[in-house]
Design a protein around this ligand. Structure first.
Ligand SMILES: *Cc1c(COP(=O)(O)O)cnc(C)c1O
Length: 412
């Protein structure tokens, strides 16, 4: 297919896209200085609704209600928004999700909670290529508690398979920590099969859903998952540093012990009691004062996703990444650019990584020209296609700009 027919195809796909009109709901979609935003998987664009809601909150809620706001609404927000995330995108029942902290801190808390639920077991299983913070948190906990880390080795352009996970499990395994969608390859792990294997080994699973939540539907309750965490600034468009969320399966709540016992996760915060008694339910995952300002924006994205339905978001995501692979093969395949993501759409999340030795050096020029993917070691450009804010034509503009910057010698 030629360059021109790719453009015609992108325009046809946009014309046929039932979610095409959503793009205009985002700030910056019509900004000429942003030719192609291909990093919505790392920081989602703000919704225009958010541009109105944030100052309104400062004026009316913070400015008008002052400290009364805590009793009137804010203290309940972590659970109320948690329930919505659970219902709209996670397949979780009310009372199983809460918004708090960062993903890293929540990982620490849920891994420690999982270990506490498996006393006597001494091993943590994690994938070698999991996101750095997941590995670093696990290494820290293992060193602190004298536990062994067992590494799952997965293929570079894929992610952990049930067989590979099974190979790392043993009678000492307490906890398994895996990403559902791999941060570099976008490979989707088989949550149901892996969760079953982990349970057969008598262990518990912690799923990191940072690259799934809001783009790839998950069914945490139906899969029997134990714990999960994820970001809200990626496909939930919560904004830079928006707090994360945690999921704890209902069956674990009654005995849940987490390591950062703070007053706002205690049974009677304003009783100012002499010792810690945990709150009932998911609330005990909270430690300190909830970051209310940080959790405002993601509610606007939840409104939008709930309106269109997460299955429609996924359908568009599959079409976007499939088109992106087609365009990369066409425009850059001959120059030796390699797609380092699954080619089977059913096994792929909402980004693709493409590899070429020149990519580290082309990134600054791309950013300067408003073409914004990101770079991931060793030599990958990651193209994140946030389904509600990214068009097919925008995707093609970005891929063409990358192709145009490949060193001339490799194009000969
Ligand atoms: C983005 C990401 C994180 C980020 O953690 P923070 O504590 O929010 O910085 C963690 N895990 C995975 C898999 C991610 O993709």
């Amino acid at each position: 297919m030629t360059n021109d027919s790719l453009l015609a195809r992108a325009r046809t796909l946009d014309a046929e896209d039932p979610l095409a009109s959503c793009r205009a709901l985002f700030e910056g979609h019509d900004d000429d200085a942003i030719a192609a935003y291909l990093d919505g998987n790392s920081l989602g664009r703000p919704l225009r609704a958010t541009t109105e809601h944030l100052p309104e909150f400062v004026r009316k809620q913070w400015g008008g209600r002052l400290i009364r706001g805590w009793d009137e609404e804010w203290l309940q927000l972590p659970q109320r928004i948690g329930d919505r995330i659970g219902r709209v995108v996670l397949g979780a029942a009310d009372g199983e999700c809460v918004v708090a902290d960062s993903t890293s801190v929540l990982l620490y808390k849920v891994i420690r909670a999982a270990l506490a639920a498996r006393p006597g077991r001494t091993g943590i299983v994690i994938e070698r290529d999991n996101f750095p913070t997941d590995r670093f948190i696990v290494e820290g906990i293992a060193a602190d508690r004298g536990l062994a880390v067992h590494w799952v080795e997965a293929a570079y352009d894929a992610g952990p398979t049930p067989e590979e996970v099974a190979g790392a499990l043993g009678p000492d395994t307490a906890v398994v920590v895996l990403s559902h969608v791999a941060y570099r390859s976008a490979h989707i792990a088989d949550m149901e099969a892996i969760t079953r294997l982990v349970h057969e080994a008598g262990a518990l699973i912690v799923w990191d859903l940072s690259h799934s939540v809001g783009s790839v539907p998950v069914r945490l309750d139906a899969c029997g998952a134990d714990f999960a965490v994820g970001c809200s600034y990626k496909y939930l468009n919560g904004g830079p540093g928006a707090p994360a969320w945690a999921y704890v399966a209902r069956r674990h709540l009654a005995d849940l012990v987490q390591p950062i016992q703070g007053w706002l996760g205690s049974a009677d915060p304003f009783g100012m009691g002499s010792s810690y008694q945990p709150a009932d339910g998911i609330r005990r995952m909270i430690s300190g004062t909830p970051p209310i300002l940080g959790m405002l924006a993601l509610q606007d994205m939840l409104d939008l996703i709930e309106g269109v339905g997460i299955e429609a978001v996924r359908a568009k995501s599959v079409k976007l990444t499939s088109f992106a692979i087609e365009a990369v093969d066409e425009l850059m395949g001959p120059a030796g650019v390699n797609v380092a993501s699954p080619r089977d759409a059913a096994q792929r999340g909402s980004h693709i990584t493409i590899d070429h030795e020149s990519f580290r050096t082309v990134l600054p020029g791309l950013w300067k020209d408003g073409v914004i993917p990101d770079f991931r070691n060793p030599d990958g450009l990651r193209l994140g296609l946030s389904p509600l804010s990214t068009s097919f034509e925008e995707t093609l503009i970005g891929i063409r700009a990358i192709a145009d910057r490949l060193p001339a010698k490799v194009l000969d």
